[in-house]
Design a protein around this ligand. Structure first.
Ligand code: KIV
Ligand code: ZN
Length: 524
């Protein structure tokens, strides 16, 4: 089987980028993605040239299994990885899901910190070593490309880590990944840990050392970079820093730090960094996790200069205040790509450039007719609009119990806003009516008269997708019910309609049964 990790650099120079947006990123409450969405993100990651895409946790649910399988079938230039606890059933399921991959990796893990072994696993250290070794051996039945992680390594005893790592490398793990699972480490200490492990594990030269840092103290990027300085040659990260709790090390920060400060790193990635911003937008559009404006590299303000003195400096000489070029990470001006006179071929080919392909002519026709509707309302249609349009189409394609048929909202000075709508619930059309504090509030209440979701609204946010007053508004709604959080998205040139779509999208998710296991707790 072919490997995709280090084709153009020698191993020492090459920093492997292992993206876990589709697995650890998806563990962010509310960030769950459909199979189609995962495939779209995977294709964008492949275009970005990440080395390894962790596509999911196949044992978690039939949906996760199908998503890993679909990603494995559609990605050719990145290795596709599946996560598995150190259990036979998990490993076999991962092996099965990855069978169609051009290049496959199984990532198996078991916790090694005293607190996890004693309180969670209720296993002795000796038992953990035996299970880790067995897991690696079993994974090797499916592929040579096996990665092992001692979960909570950041709080594990160094001597024990050395023992486990030596044993799993001996058993055939080609990558050993050191997770700071709870984001507890600080850079100088984490860097020392990596150096110590590489020095002390007798067969460390037989494996690539990797790191996986969480951001609970805001140190995930700094810890990852400290590890790279001390010999790590794989970094696990996510687009926009998405991930469990405070997230994972953010791909764009790690990659651009290494690329920009080549004077401090004796390695580099193979990434096409111009794909960073498009990827960031895609992930935020699909998950509904907006990127904060001042986020490094991909935030809307990352290259904006407000202070006059800065603007003056940049105009005179860009490098006075800019350490990277906006174009190098994929920032472009909104470019008018299509309009109402554009034909089907232009539409198809622009979407192909954006990494979107259609499974059938019917799918293309449906998307094209949505595009025509949008172009009627909006003079210029930008790449961002096209991406949203496809996201919306895929949201609608998923098993939706609730659909918006029509909406009429009256909002007038001095009057109480009132929403009057028709929804289809399980195929049956039902009317709903409500007043509210504002047009959006009235709309949400009218939806609830029909759906009766029992959920609590936790977040409502609106963003303009492009500039101009005819821009589409993109709305994110977060609902919570019984501890479960879901995000819904909707876009339209009318923000009340966008809000209704987003709320209905969230309701559709909350109405679906929860069926996934969590990799680290095993809870279903
Ligand atoms: O944070 C963690 O420890 C993980 C492991 C499964 C690698 O995500
Ligand atoms: Zn993690």
């Amino acid at each position: 089987m072919r490997r995709c990790e280090s084709e153009h650099m020698n191993d020492k120079d090459h920093l492997i980028i292992f993206d876990t947006t589709l697995r650890d990123g998806e563990q962010s409450p509310g960030a769950s993605m459909t199979r189609e969405e995962k495939v779209r993100i995977a294709k964008a990651l492949e275009k970005l040239r990440v080395d390894v895409i962790e596509a999911g946790f196949p044992i978690a649910s039939p949906g996760d299994f199908a998503a890993v399988k679909a990603v494995a079938a559609s990605v050719k230039d990145s290795t596709v990885c599946g996560l598995a606890r150190a259990l036979d059933g998990d490993i076999d399921r991962a092996g099965e899901a990855l069978a169609g991959a051009n290049s496959a990796r199984i990532h198996t893990f078991i916790a090694t910190s005293p607190i996890h072994m004693e309180k969670k696993l209720r296993m002795s250290p000796d038992e953990v070593v035996v299970q880790a070794v067995r897991a690696v051996q079993r994974a090797r039945r499916y592929t040579d490309n096996v990665e092992f992680s001692p979960e909570d390594a950041g709080r594990s005893e160094t001597d024990f880590l050395c023992r486990v790592l030596e044993a799993v490398i001996e058993a055939g793990a080609q990558t050993v990944n050191i997770p700071d699972t709870v984001g507890y480490n600080v850079p100088y200490q984490f860097g020392d840990l990596i150096r110590t492990l590489i020095e002390r594990v007798p067969n460390s030269d037989k494996a690539v050392f990797s790191v996986h840092c969480h951001n609970d103290l805001g140190l995930a990027t700094a810890n990852s970079l400290a590890a790279v300085r001390n010999g790590a040659r794989q970094v696990e990260c996510t687009v926009n820093g998405l991930g469990e709790r405070a997230g994972n090390a953010s791909l764009e920060e790690v990659v651009m730090a290494v690329r920009t400060r080549q004077d401090h790193f004796d390695c580099d990635t193979r990434l096409d960094t111009t794909q960073i911003v498009p990827c960031s937008r895609l992930v935020s559009g699909i998950t509904g996790f907006a990127v904060q404006p001042n986020k490094a590299v991909v935030g809307a303000n990352a290259f904006a200069h407000e202070a006059g003195i800065h603007q003056d400096g940049v105009l005179k000489h860009r490098e006075t205040y800019e350490i990277m070029r906006a174009q190098d990470v994929g920032w472009t001006d909104n470019r008018m790509v299509l309009g109402k006179h554009s034909g089907r071929n232009a539409f198809r080919s622009r979407l192909q450039d954006l990494g979107v392909t259609f499974a059938s002519e019917e799918e293309l026709n449906a998307a094209f007719s949505r595009f025509k509707d949008l172009a009627d309302k909006k003079h210029e249609v930008f790449d961002e609009d096209l991406q949203t349009l496809v996201t919306e189409a895929s949201l609608e394609a998923t098993n939706e119990r609730v659909k918006l048929i029509s909406l009429r909202v009256c909002s007038e000075t001095g009057e109480t806003p009132k929403a009057n709508l028709t929804l289809a619930l399980d195929g049956e059309e039902k009317p709903g009516i409500s007043i509210g504090g504002g047009p959006v509030d009235a709309t949400f209440k009218a939806i609830e008269t029909i759906v009766d979701s029992g959920a609590v609204l936790k977040l409502y946010s609106v963003n303009a997708i492009t500039s101009g007053t005819d821009a589409q508004g993109e709305v994110t709604v977060r609902l919570e019910k019984g501890g479960r959080i879901v995000n819904g998205q909707g876009a339209d040139t009318d923000i009340v309609i966008a809000s209704a779509k987003a709320y209905i999208n969230a309701c559709n998710k909350i109405l679906q049964p929860r069926e996934r296991a969590h990799p680290q707790t095993g809870d279903v």
